[in-house]
Design a protein around this ligand. Structure first.
Ligand code: PLP
Length: 397
């Protein structure tokens, strides 16, 4: 049952030092960290400076270990199914490259697939003779589950999609895709990088076998953090593409024993300051409530789209029936980088998503670089109005 509680905006803003300096609408890039996350990282760094790096890790071992429980709780997994990584791409790559492909195997993916994932498909296709096929979209521009169903045969080895693409508001029907994958016994890899922290995520409702995410975006964790989920029953089958003596202890002169948990996808050395920061960010999001966060993110994005639609020459490019908090737009005759620079001067942070990030989607829709505005729950309605007003004055001087 979704919680009806709403976000306490005043408290959220009081907890976010960065809002004093900027209107931050680049949460799909990297969100502003809340105070408790920042303090945790600083305190742990101070502890390392005071007593030594290994000694600090020893002293804080229980708290560091608890980060696995936090991440597992966030996505409905168990702690042994979680690996902590330095970003989402490493998480995704470690799992993807552990899958064994043969000539003729089919990889089904989405039109709005993220570049890092797609180049990995291309490399594996080149190496093994596997083929990549794109699942068609429905009339709203979202991935079409019925089309996917009709593509399935015994050669489909993997269904691998981006849930929310990097270049706009589209939310692909990740749970419906999961039901289809599960009913056919096909491995399902879900890039949840832009979803985690923005909405509730439950790996059992999604029926995904593998999920990757980052810390710095809507989750509001530090840069340089990410995580991987691998379903327990798949874990034993996946030999990571690279290992060290943490992932696979050296148990005899000519042998090693892979860990039985998802930490077989990790290596030994890590930033414990950042890991602790990630854990606090996860707990912080949960204490606010992911239902409330999602409602507010969507309300702010809808407010922004409504205002932008009224600007002569502005076009919104978001696909799907129920877009998320990533708003993509262009202004006729204006270069998106110039708009970003103009807003930056006025202390409004946005980003630009260029065609190479989502090449198939950008080519199919003939998209130029788009301005990406991504509000989060700690943004105020007044900030949204101010940002839209600046764009209006830029477009119609
Ligand atoms: C949809 C999507 N997937 C994956 C990534 C990669 O995340 P990371 O930079 O943490 O590796 C991004 C980053 O922008 C993204 O938007």
């Amino acid at each position: 049952m979704p919680s009806a509680a709403s976000v306490d905006l005043e408290r959220a803003r009081a907890d976010t030092p960065g809002v004093a300096n900027r209107i931050h609408l680049n949460n799909a890039g990297a969100a502003l960290m809340p105070g408790p996350v920042i303090q945790t990282i600083k305190d742990y760094t101070d502890l390392e400076a005071a007593i030594g790096g290994y000694e600090a890790a020893g002293q804080e071992a229980t708290r560091i270990d608890g980060v696995y429980d936090s991440v597992a709780r966030l996505i409905g997994a168990t702690r042994d199914e979680i690996a902590l990584t330095e970003n989402a791409t490493v998480a995704w790559d470690m799992a993807f490259y552990a899958l064994a492909f043969q000539a003729g195997d089919r990889i089904l993916t989405a039109q709005a697939e993220y570049a890092a994932n797609y180049v990995a498909y291309l490399q594996v296709a080149k190496r093994t003779g596997a083929v990549i096929e794109v699942i068609p979209n429905d009339e709203t521009g979202a991935l079409n589950p019925r089309a996917l169903e009709s593509m399935i045969d015994e050669r489909v080895k993997l269904i691998s999609i981006t849930w929310i693409p990097t270049n706009g508001g589209l939310v692909n029907p990740a749970a419906e895709i999961g039901r289809i994958a599960r009913s056919h016994g096909i491995t399902y890899l879900l890039d949840a990088c832009q979803a985690v922290g923005q909405m509730p995520v439950d790996v059992n409702e999604l029926n995904c076998d593998i999920l990757s995410a980052t810390g710095r975006k809507f989750l509001r964790g530090p840069r340089g953090t990410g995580f991987l989920y691998v379903r327990r029953k798949l874990l034993g089958e996946l030999e990571p593409p690279m290992i060290d003596h943490f992932a696979a202890p050296w148990t005899s002169p000519d042998g090693y024993t892979l860990r039985s948990d998802a930490r077989r996808f990790e290596t030994w050395e890590n930033s414990y300051a950042l890991r602790l920061g990630l854990g606090v960010a996860v707990d912080y999001a949960q204490s606010i409530g992911l239902d409330a966060i999602q409602r507010r993110c969507i309300a702010l994005a809808d407010q922004l789209r409504d205002l932008l639609r009224k600007i002569p020459g502005a076009t919104i490019h978001d696909l799907g029936a129920h877009p998320s908090a990533i708003v993509s737009m262009t202004v006729d005759g204006a270069d998106s980088q110039t708009i970003k620079a103009h807003l930056h001067e006025k202390r409004v942070n946005v980003s630009v998503s260029g065609p190479p990030s989502t090449l198939l989607d950008a080519s199919a829709r003939r998209l130029p670089p788009v301005v990406r505005l991504s509000p989060h729950y700690y943004n105020s309605e007044a900030e949204i109005t101010q940002a839209a007003d600046l764009i209006r004055r830029f477009a119609c001087p």
